[in-house]
Ligand binder design. Structure first.
Ligand code: AHR
Length: 324
């Protein structure tokens, strides 16, 4: 080990402060880790819970979080990432609103030697070394789980046809692409299950309601099932179904994803049939991974979170345990 005069002096001063005050004091404390985080927006109950989880975990860990809300626009996320690069943050983390179009800005982060962690949504890049790791859900599996519930339900009435309308998430986003794929893959096993209309509701209640109104206008009583890529759109659509004089959960089965408290309330009220959990509470895990990355420790390329399926039958019992 090399030890110059300045190091010896610094160590001597620190030792004197410890002797006098019992600690090295703030001037010698390790610099807090700085994370620049670009969030998708505030489009859903899920997103709000995710933001709270990340902010709370950073605070608890003494990590400085520079938080930017992209209002569901990719260009805002690109701007935020460039600003984090200019500010020389230690780590950049972001939940990409859509899958493609990230190569250039991620190359800029790599050139600046700032590691990037993806949260919640994946990116489609030619060079996987442009990000260190991904932490979030398996959206394809969530789509499959929603469809498996419906396949089981269809077994109760083997002669019935199930005309499904699908409310997709944001066009080009990983959850919209994957949840559609997983669902389609599983329902293909039963020709009585057919998606008759599919359109984006952008993951919001307002658009979920609007698009469901249009579905009802076009197809009316032909619709037996609503498959929504998130609970907020399902809740908006439930309102549209009621306004059309039909009973959500009965005349039209409502199958959804996220597991937010609003969905449990809808299930307890008999208006939703099932929600597949998508866990937003990975703030503490993100902070740990960020520390590991900053310390150059090896981390897995993909970290997925634990999730369950909640049918209406268990909603009342589970509701008090829900954390988001
Ligand atoms: O990316 C996760 C999805 O985004 C959640 O299912 C949805 O509610 C959110 O807006």
């Amino acid at each position: 080990m090399t030890c110059n005069r300045r190091t010896v002096l610094k160590a001597g001063v620190a030792a004197a402060i410890v002797a006098a005050f019992g600690s090295v004091g703030p001037a010698f404390a390790a610099k807090p880790l700085v994370i620049g985080f670009s969030q998708v927006g505030a489009e859903s109950e899920w997103r709000t819970a995710n933001t709270v989880s990340i902010k709370d975990a950073a605070k608890k860990e003494g990590i400085t979080l520079k938080f930017a809300d992209a209002q569901q626009r990719q260009e805002n996320q690109v701007k935020a990432i460039r600003s984090f690069i200019a500010q020389r943050v230690d780590i950049i983390a972001f939940s990409p609103v859509v899958e493609s179009g990230w190569d250039t800005v991620l190359r800029e982060a790599k050139a600046a030697k700032i590691p990037v962690i993806l949260t919640d949504r994946a990116v489609n890049v030619t060079d996987p070394s442009l990000y260190v790791t991904f932490i979030g859900s398996d959206f394809v599996e969530e789509g499959r789980l929603a469809a498996r519930w419906l396949l089981e339900r269809a077994k109760k009435t083997p002669d019935a046809t199930f005309n499904i309308v699908e409310l997709q998430g944001t066009v080009g986003s990983a959850p919209a692409i994957d949840r559609q794929k997983g669902f389609a893959e599983v329902i293909a096993a039963n020709p009585k299950l057919k998606v008759i209309r599919s359109q984006t509701g952008d993951f919001t209640r307002t658009k979920g309601k609007e698009v469901m109104e249009a579905f009802l206008k076009a197809e009316g009583k032909k619709i037996n099932v609503l498959y929504a890529h998130n609970d907020d759109m399902a809740i908006g659509a439930i309102q549209a179904i009621e306004e059309a004089g039909m009973k959500p959960g009965k005349d039209i089965l409502v199958v959804s994803i996220d597991g937010v408290r609003g969905a449990f309330q809808a299930m307890v009220a008999g208006k939703m049939n099932v929600t597949v959990e998508c866990n937003p509470l990975f703030g503490p895990q993100l902070m740990q991974i960020a520390r590991d990355v900053a310390a150059n420790k090896p981390v897995p390329k993909r970290i997925t979170v634990q999730e369950g399926v909640f049918p209406a039958e268990v909603a009342a019992k589970e509701f008090p345990n829900r954390k988001y």
